[in-house]
Design a protein around this ligand. Sequence first.
Ligand SMILES: *Cc1c(COP(=O)(O)O)cnc(C)c1O
Length: 461
Amino acid sequence: MINQRNARNPGRVMAYSPLWQKPFRVFTEQNIDQIPQLRRLSEEQLFAMKVVAKVLPFRVNQYVIDELIDWENIPDCPIFQLTFPQKEMLEPEHFEEMASLMSNGASEKILRETAFQFHQQLNHHPADQTTLNVPVLDDIPLPGMQHKYERTVLFFPSQGQTCHSFCTYCFRWPQFVGDHALRFSSRETSHLLAYLKEHREVTDILVTGGDPMVMRTEVLERILEPLLGPQYSHIDSIRIGTKALSFWPYRFWSDKDSDSLLRLFERLTRAGKHVAIMAHFSHWRELETTAVQKAIGKIQGTGAIIRSQAPILNHINADPEVWARMWQMQVRLGIIPYYMFVARDTGSRRHFEIPLARALDIYQKAIKKVSGLARKARGPSMSCGPGKVEVQGVADIKGEKVFILRFLQARNPDWVDQPFFAAYDSQVSWLDDLRPAFGEKRFFFEDEYDAMRDAAEVMID
Ligand SMILES: *Cc1c(COP(=O)(O)O)cnc(C)c1O
């Protein structure tokens, strides 16, 4: 139902649907005033939101507003924090500058240019995404794809580079703010297919975004259906990264092309592919509605498996009770907990950031509360340039307090699963700020990683 033209045209009622389903109405910075529930905020609070929404992407739909947010509990409601702009998300000086421009009636053009300047100062593509991971076919770099880990290729279809609602902490925010040079995405399904044909080592394709579930089934079919051909017998798993179960569960049962979507999943699973819906769930609240539970059942009926992952964030889910309850509910619903991430170093991270030591403590407390089936989530894990690094624990080794770390994924598969050690620091929140323990100068992988970066800069500029 959400056709792409409409998805790009905010603020319109996009489709009228059967009686039981909400119209897909979205609100953005331009019509935030029309959200009735916001009338309970003060003028000042509302203005602060508009200031932030001039800089960071804002988009929320009717389902989130009516069914997920607890309006008796704002601003503390985690889903409100997840979707609505908060003053603290901007650097104070950015906030002040934008606020005074807006109060003084600056033109849209000035506001846009100022926002653009702020964007340049934020970290657009962390973890070397734009240089190191771009695959190359016949010497031609293929934007819209990433091949960082041997077995898995990421694909960013250009029609999937938006979402039903935006998360305030999104690390892919440049995709949404209109800075075209900062996007990566691909219209070129043919590039993807050609690349996969040549790369027999790849077993997994991960379609991601944005949210590929904003795309019509037809578009998804064009990407996935060819993978049933014999040339792609090495592709075992098709993963789709999505937050649609949280933000628009109707996608899976009452949109116009919901049925054809489910039939597509079914054809893939019947042909022997593993279809994994990598669902982004931040909080158990998102699992409670009738609409999401129905969607989960529909997906599972096709033979696809739902796995869940989310970052751990201040103001949203930095609490062991929240994770324990979420994982336990997921298990009951047949969803497999997969990753707990540490928030990436980009955008409004300051507001959401928590130190690694605290993330670990929350993870460990949550894990202790749940049964083995709910303990499948690994983490807290940082997606860094060299790989995914999990904080496994804190230990005292020969009188030194250290973090025990390991790669869950790495640019060089040989790095995976070797424990390594960093000096303990209760405040550090990212790998870059950790120092090796025991007086060592560098972590074991750093020389090799530097060499990879040097090589890549020559190959792809
Ligand atoms: C996380 C990630 C993957 C998938 O890793 P798994 O451990 O197999 O889930 C693939 N590519 C990139 C770039 C990633 O960040």
